[in-house]
Every structure is written in C-alpha cells, then in structure tokens.
Write a protein that binds this ligand. Structure first.
Ligand code: S3P
Length: 171
C-alpha cells in the first residue's frame, strides 16, 4: 500500500511508538525507521550509554542529525524518541513530508509498562514528581505539534495501528 506522506509517531517514552510503528509498516509494506535505533546502530552504543558518556545535549544533536536525513523520505513510517519535540526545528522538518501522530497514553500505563526497564535515562531512578512534571510538560508539546491524537489506553497494538491507518490515510 502506497502512502503519500510519512507517518511520524510521537509521544512519551513507553507509549508504544516503536511497536506500533513496526506493526503498521509491516501491514502497509512500507519502510520503518526508528530514530533511537538508528542512533544506537550508528554509535554502537545504547541510548543510556550515550547519555552517560556524552550527556543529553550530545544525544539531542545526534537525534537532530538523524531527523535531517530521514525527513526527505516519502511514504515511510518514522518512530521518534519522546524528546524529539524539544527542538522546534525537528518538528518543522518532520512536518514537511509527514503526518504527525501523537500516541497518547496515561502516565499510569506508561509507568506500568516500563517498571522493570532501565533503558530510559530520563525515567530511571527518578522520583514520581519529576516524571509527572516531565510528562505534563511534554504532553503540551505533543498536543501542539500533532495533526492527529490517538488515545492508546486499553487498546491493543493491532487496533492502534488500524486507527492510525484509517485516520492518516485521509490526510
Ligand atoms: C527520550 C525518549 C527515549 C530516548 C531517550 C530520551 C525523551 O525514546 O530518545 O531516552 O527525552 O523522552 P522513547 O520515547 O522511544 O523511549
């Protein structure tokens, strides 16, 4: 199935962007790109290692570089890291050829999903108030930049992928 625009998934850590993106790409038989995975492949380091070794700013720079190279594509699925919205220029580039889809999830479901996961340096060993603050701050940006919002709570991967397909195809 050909899609005219890119489908770009944004949302908070652990909301399912990668899983849903892979599923959707599989169903539509189009290419799938995950910015975090590309950064990890390029550096041969995990995201946590990059944060520890080089710091967050360095990671953000790498993220912006990957987006610059990806935004020229057409008709692909792009899953982004939760912090992509921090840099307005990232979003400008992604919007050029893409429909921006916000996968919205409650903080409860995110914390449940990530409770044994140590791969998110911004969440790992952080206290609840800090995480809650980040969640609220980020949600304002996801709301601002998204063309379509999909509430993922209580839905399975297949249903979320189908909902994206139905909504994004109209744009
Ligand atoms: C981040 C989200 C992560 C990853 C990095 C920073 C963020 O991606 O890019 O740990 O700032 O929200 P996921 O959203 O895929 O977890």
């Amino acid at each position: 199935m050909m899609i005219k625009k890119n489908i770009v998934l944004i949302g908070f850590m652990g909301c399912g962007k990668t899983t849903v993106g892979k599923k959707l790409a599989n169903v539509l038989k189009v290419d799938f790109y995950d910015t975090d995975e590309i950064i990890e492949e390029k550096t041969k380091m995990s995201i946590s290692e990059i944060f520890t070794e080089y710091g967050e700013d360095n990671f953000r720079q790498r993220e912006a570089t990957v987006i610059e190279s990806l935004c020229e594509r057409k008709g692909v699925i792009i899953s982004t890291g939760g912090g992509v919205v921090i840099k307005p220029y990232n979003m400008k580039l992604l919007k050029k050829n893409g429909v921006i889809i916000w996968l919205k999830a409650s903080l409860e479901s995110i914390l449940q999903r990530l409770k044994d996961n140590t791969s998110r340096p911004l969440l790992y060993k952080k206290d609840f108030n800090k995480i809650n603050e980040l969640y609220n701050m980020r949600n304002r940006l996801y709301y601002y930049y998204s063309d379509i919002c999909i509430d993922t709570n209580g839905k399975n991967i297949k249903d979320i992928a189908l909902e994206i397909y139905k909504k994004a195809i109209l744009i």
